[in-house]
Design a protein around this ligand. Structure first.
Ligand code: ADE
Length: 257
């Protein structure tokens, strides 16, 4: 069963090419998903198909009016739809949400423009998503990020093994990867990777994932469920990184599972 996505934007050209290229394009050609792009102006008001107006109370810029969005949703929403507004005030978009959305039958993504949306739009959607703490000129690039992250999770989209193995699937950053040449810019490749010992390679990669996460994104480790092996590797990483012994990790983040 294919995922259907309806994307509503004032700038269809901003999203068309990225959706047609590379892996997202192939996923659609394979029939795993169908992404349709709609011009919000089709639901604009009056002869000029107006979609925005000045804010009540004054201030800079224009605000997206609620009626065109309501009309678009009336046309596109189905009983099985999840309607998503892209907005910097939305839920921070993470891998777990991408995995959730990949299981749904129909997504409608609304991309605002201008200084923002009339607040009454928020009551018409199921979910608001932000792709990060910065402000874009509109929701289009954010919608592309969400669609891309969801499409690649669809069964058959990419090799299942690479999904299981990858960054964030286990709540850890990716381990270091190498390819030829064996010596580059004076740097070799870790011996274990050419040892042919698959068990040792797997354990080394897990330790390096934990090390990298510990060094770069320690907040990801808090609250994570740890296997016995992972907890042991974390201890090794901590000992190696902090010979003094003091832990930088929040309490209770290790050995809880
Ligand atoms: N629209 C503008 N900025 C955004 C962001 N960071 N995430 C989602 N939608 C946005």
């Amino acid at each position: 069963m294919a995922l259907e996505i309806d994307l509503v934007t004032l700038f269809p050209a901003m999203v068309a090419a990225p959706l047609a290229a590379s892996i997202p394009g192939r996923i659609q050609e394979q029939g795993l998903a169908a992404v349709r792009v709609h011009d919000l102006r089709a639901w604009g008001l009056g002869r000029h198909r107006s979609v925005d107006d000045a804010p009540y109370g004054g201030g800079a810029g224009m605000i997206l009016r609620p009626e065109p969005v309501a009309a678009a949703l009336a046309a596109l929403r189905r009983p099985d739809s999840t309607v998503i507004l892209l907005d910097p005030a939305g839920e921070p978009f993470r891998q777990a949400r991408a995995e959730d959305l990949a299981t749904r039958p129909h997504l409608v993504l609304v991309c605002p423009r201008y200084e923002g949306v009339d607040d009454r739009i928020r009551g018409m959607v199921d979910l608001e998503l932000s792709i990060g703490d910065y402000v874009l000129t509109g929701g289009e690039l954010a919608a592309l990020v969400v669609v891309d992250a969801v499409l690649r999770l669809l069964p058959g989209a990419i090799e299942a093994a690479s999904l299981e193995d990858e960054s964030f699937a286990r709540g850890l950053l990716e381990y270091p990867q190498y390819t030829r040449p064996a010596m580059f810019a004076g740097q070799g490749v870790p011996d274990v990777l050419v040892s042919g010992d698959h068990g040792a390679v797997r354990r080394w990669r897990l330790r390096e994932s934990i090390r990298r996460t510990f060094e770069r994104r320690p907040e990801l480790l808090a609250g994570r469920a740890w296997t016995a092996e992972e907890a042991q590797l974390l201890d090794e990483v901590r000992l190696a990184e902090a010979p003094g012994g003091a832990s930088e990790l929040p309490e209770g983040s290790a050995g809880s599972g």
